[in-house]
Design a protein. Structure first.
Lengths: 180, 332
């Protein structure tokens, strides 16, 4: 079938209903763009769409942006092997890794387990950080359960642990059962 | 070894800070890493006798022997480059060096002894950590080569013998229960292996966002009792409704083991599994359960060849296996 306007092969076929009357149009890509306001690349191939979809969610699009300065690993390398290259990759690929970690670990993103007793001589702040992770998890559970009393207490504890002052002057670091 | 729960295993994945993970380790870095870790392990005096096996130079049969004893993984056996395993405490402790992570510490206990295993492995981890800086991040926890192990780096596995659930075609229940708890079900030798001889390994999948105690608690209090219950019920059902069919399975298996002239590894495991069930349910008397339990291990290829003191392949190996089993089971 040829384009109604210029005789090139028609690739765009339109059916319109105007005042109850069916109008069919057969146009080439260029005439369709001009007369119907179609974007120049009206039909993005499905594989491109899908790749773009994956890219947008996996960070592959940013691959060129970086290889880990420590080990040279790129996100693409990781996608291929499933293994990271060094300890610094976790911080380096943080944004891309987080959704992956959530899928693998039941939505978790923060460590709540053992802390090394000596971690480059910084074990105390590390321990505090992991305690904070735990308090935050408990807080979100309390909010979910609509236990706002407990949530308020936890929020205070978090502020204290973060080094800030608690809003309610009565709260201490300990959660006293039935205390409020 | 209890009737249903064969063993409990806990492993921790650890990496030494300052060294790249093994995918990015040069040959020489890998070598010096192995030396460093090996020396630390041996100096830490983790047990009165700690044996270190250099797997790069160990012969194939020794490596296979270690796999059969669950002391190393199959990938570790087949890998290339500097790597090893330290074995201590009567083989209840094994530390793989340069597997997927720099260290894979494992404690193996018979029956359901998860808390004891955790206590032991936690102490070993502390001892090693006194001399090694492990890669750790306050948010991500212990950093591992594969993000599926990050956080606690813990894998808790319980090995179960579930022949009745298999015979009654109810094994799906186990898969369902495991799936609900986000646990994985694997075969006798872990990841990627078939459930031969009705042995199933249940292990946790997520390692982040829960403490080690919580992960162990889920196993001990929720999933394992449930599966044990299913198996008990299936055993009861077999006894009350299908006793003849059950006896037929058990005695056929025993007949095979006592008469066959060529035995494959897999058919041996299947037959031993049925005999084990028969002995457990008192359908077969005069057979020592320990002898049956031992045969599961001793009929494996490397063990068999080591015991007989010669390299055996093909029919010669199958014939030797059949003879070995006949001697063991007919001597009663």
């Amino acid at each position: 079938m040829k384009c109604e306007k210029c005789n090139k092969p028609a690739t765009v076929h339109l059916t319109e209903i105007r005042s109850g009357k069916k109008i069919e149009k057969h146009l080439c890509q260029q005439c369709a763009n001009e007369s119907e306001g179609f974007p120049t690349k009206a039909h993005t191939p499905i594989n491109e769409l899908l790749t773009n979809f994956v890219l947008a969610h996996s960070g592959l699009a940013k691959e060129q942006a970086g290889a880990c300065p420590q080990c040279g690993m790129t996100w693409g390398d990781f996608r291929t092997s499933g293994l990271l290259g060094c300890e610094h990759d976790y911080a380096f690929f943080d944004k891309d890794l987080t959704p992956l970690l959530q899928r693998a670990h039941d939505n978790a993103t923060h460590h709540l387990g053992k802390v090394p007793t000596r971690c480059g001589g910084t074990s105390v702040p590390v321990k505090r950080q992991v305690d904070l992770n735990r308090l935050r998890k408990e807080l979100s559970r309390a909010v979910e359960a609509e236990d706002y009393e407990r949530a308020a207490k936890l929020r205070d504890q978090i502020r204290i642990a973060e080094g800030g002052a608690a809003t309610s002057g009565t709260s201490t670091g300990d959660a006293t059962p039935g205390g409020v | 070894m209890s009737e249903i729960v064969i063993s409990s295993r806990i492993r921790l994945a650890r990496n030494v800070a300052g060294f790249p993970f093994l995918t990015r380790c040069s040959r020489s870095a890998r070598q010096s890493l192995e030396e460093k870790v090996r020396d630390t392990i041996l100096a830490a005096r983790l047990s009165p006798k700690t044996l270190y096996v250099d797997l790069e130079s160990a012969p194939e049969i020794d490596r296979q022997l270690l796999v059969e004893r669950h002391l190393i993984s199959k990938p570790h056996k087949d890998a290339q480059g500097a790597r090893g395993v330290a074995v201590g405490e009567n083989e209840t402790l094994a530390i793989m060096v340069n597997e997927e992570d720099h260290l894979r510490i494992q404690v193996l206990r018979s029956g359901l002894q998860l808390e004891e295993a955790w206590e032991q492995i936690n102490a070993v981890d502390d001892q090693l950590e006194a001399s090694l800086d492990f890669a750790f991040h306050p948010r991500f926890g212990y950093l591992t080569a594969c993000p599926t192990n990050v956080g606690t780096g813990i894998r808790v596995s319980v090995m179960l013998h579930l022949p009745a659930l298999k015979l009654t075609s109810e094994i799906e229940k186990v898969f369902r229960a495991a799936k609900e708890m986000r646990l994985a079900v694997r075969g006798l030798y872990g990841e990627g292996t078939e459930a031969t001889g009705d042995f199933y390994q249940i292990s946790n999948q997520s390692t982040l966002g829960k403490s080690e105690e919580e992960i162990i608690g889920d196993f001990k209090h929720t999933v394992i009792p449930k599966i044990i219950d299913y198996e008990h019920n299936a055993r009861k059902a077999l006894l009350s409704e299908h006793a003849v069919a059950l006896d037929d399975k058990v005695w056929r298996a025993l007949g095979l083991l006592r008469s066959a002239r060529l035995m494959e590894t897999e058919e041996t495991l299947v037959a031993l599994s049925h005999v084990r069930l028969g002995v457990n349910l008192n359908r077969v008397k005069n057979i020592d359960i320990n002898k049956v339990n031992e045969l599961f291990l001793l009929t494996q290829e490397a063990h068999l060849q080591k015991i007989l003191g010669k390299k055996l392949e093909g029919d010669a190996r199958r014939a030797a296996r059949a003879e070995f089993i006949r001697q063991r089971l007919c001597a009663d």
